[in-house]
Design a protein around this ligand. Sequence first.
Ligand code: 3PY
Length: 252
Amino acid sequence: LYLKNALTGKDKAPGIGFWLTFPGPSLIRTIISTGGFNWVLIDAEHGQISDKDYYELNNAAAQFGVSPIIRVPNAEEHLIKRALDSGAHGVMTPMCHTVEDAQKIVKWNKYPPFGSRGYGPMFSPHSFLAPEAQYAQEADEHCLVIVQIESRQGVENVEEIAKVPGLDVLFIGPFDLSKFMNVQFGSEEHEAAIQKVLKAAKSAGKTAAIFCTSGEQAKMRLDQGFDMVSICTDIGAVANEFQKQLAAAKGV
Ligand code: 3PY
């Protein structure tokens, strides 16, 4: 809801977030309480986080007015349902390669009659600070449906994927993209694919988003027209700082 308002509301602002890979509500609170973020990605695809962590993490983020977005491990209906029922403000599904993938993912994120999400929002309303009846009525509108475009096939199909009704965000995974395309990260072909996704999202009126590993990179992508960026991962930030201080101590 916070992120959706920023991306599509009248007080339009870029979505600026970070990647959480460690479980534990104290870390998410420590980072978020510094201010300035409107979303956090809770990574259950590659992070150390599993679905028993979702509920506390979602509520820790929402307490500070930041939207918790859960990345599920795979495009599976039950994984998306678990993430939404724990109170995610949006679900990111990796590896969207085709229009059919996108249509399925949207359907699993929405209640009937548009979709096939089962009814059971006992815990999800808490991170929306809303009663159950209100959550049930507004969830389809407020929860962001995010798919990752991160393969050659995904890029080939991106114009059609972007037009799928109910889909909100095309999120580029640049590392997988380079692997799946078998091209170097940052090469001309890699960058052309990124620009193609950006253009397709914009033409379809959808949010264009990309994973970045530094604030500098994130700013460059925002300047190119991306609407939503991550600035770094928790593990990346910790490792970088340790390396930096170690190098300083050794005088190198
Ligand atoms: C990628 O770069 O492939 C991602 O999905 C970000 O983690």
